[in-house]
Write a protein that binds this ligand. Structure first.
Ligand code: SF4
Length: 341
């Protein structure tokens, strides 16, 4: 089974080329090298983009032998197979089909958690097509087996099939039913029930603090979660300053991926877009699985909101959160929230 948010359920690649010109390294798995090289010789890499290198693949200098090759890029950072002058921009896709693409290309912009319940998908809004889907006022719900994401599709991401459920707080696990209830209730609160984004964080802060105090023997965790979301309590803000949240994100970007960007200056998105962006980070959340409890998860939402507040826009925020920052490093930083009083 697959699960996604309703506003993502109609996603379809529109060949924007954003992922092909982003400039980040794209590894090529060993089982794709042959097909990709065949595609390269069939189309003639030199014909793709001005400034294209003759080679289709590069191996980082001095890298260990098992290091995967990377797609070669032009001087502007575009993949050498990218050709903006044709209707179908990807030369590999044109010459050899979807299956010949490296995994990163086949998955973009999907962000996936696979666990015993199935594959939960959210999208990276660095993709302009995915970003446009945020601009909807339709009610938001979690959709099973959306036609865009059939259950027999390829979903690769955080593999939690053999893992224990996420932590409620350090040293105490949730159960999978509780995770499903948590996702459903938090998406409803963020997109509909809270009066504003500020109200979302005040209410989520109170709910997280309540639920993480649950003890085994006090009844089902799902019941405690339902009850916490039914209350109207708010917590005074414990959110760190935006500069601190953003520093955590920037510090989690490996040094070889740090790019000299222009100062962010996007206006904060409209409220309905912000709410859907935050829901897309609340659902299928890697920090929930990789962190140390619900406060780690909440801190990931606070960081996403801080990036929007600071002018990154949804594309710039997800470029950092979904593609450049190391997820494990982010989870470690955000997990500091678990020790706060
Ligand atoms: S191989 Fe195709 S899809 Fe992948 S980055 Fe290059 S042009 Fe884009």
């Amino acid at each position: 089974m697959t699960r996604c948010l309703s506003f993502h359920a109609t996603y379809r690649c529109r060949d924007s080329g954003a992922c092909c010109t982003a400039g980040w390294p794209i590894p090529v798995e060993a089982d794709r090298v042959h097909g990709l090289m065949a595609a390269a010789s069939r189309i003639g890499i030199r014909h793709t983009t001005e400034g294209a290198a003759a080679e289709a693949l590069v191996v980082p200098t001095g890298a260990p032998p098992e290091t995967p090759a990377l797609l070669a890029t032009t001087q502007t950072g575009a993949c050498v197979f990218y050709d903006a002058t044709t209707g179908h921009h990807c030369g590999v896709h044109r010459a050899a089909g979807h299956a010949a693409l490296p995994l990163a290309c086949r998955q973009f912009p999907r962000v996936v958690v696979v666990d015993p319940r199935g594959a939960s998908l959210t999208l990276s809004h660095f993709c302009p097509t995915a970003a446009a889907l945020l601009d909807s006022r339709d009610p938001v719900r979690i959709v099973d087996d959306a036609p865009a994401f059939p259950s027999d599709g390829e979903y690769v991401g955080l593999d939690a099939r053999a893992s224990l459920p996420p932590l409620l707080r350090p040293n105490l696990l949730m159960d999978w039913d509780a995770v499903s209830v948590w996702e459903g209730r938090s998406v409803a609160l963020i997109t509909t029930d809270a009066a504003s984004t500020a109200d979302t964080f005040a209410r989520l802060g109170a709910i997280v603090d309540d639920v993480r105090n649950w003890r085994p023997g006090e009844g089902a965790l799902t019941t405690r979660i339902e009850a916490a979301f039914a209350t109207d309590r708010r917590r005074d803000s414990h959110t760190p300053p935006a500069a601190e949240l953003i520093a955590d994100v920037l510090d989690a970007v490996p040094s070889d991926l740090r790019m000299s960007d222009a100062a962010p200056r996007e206006p904060r998105p409209a409220e309905h877009i912000t709410r859907r962006f935050l829901a897309a980070h609340a659902f299928a959340s890697w920090p929930l699985h990789m962190g140390s409890g619900l406060r780690t998860w909440l801190r990931s939402l606070e960081a996403a909101d801080a990036l929007l507040n600071s002018g990154y826009g949804v594309r710039g925020a997800d470029r950092l959160l979904r593609h450049l920052a190391d997820p494990a490093a982010l989870a470690r930083r955000w997990a500091r929230a678990e020790r706060e009083s």
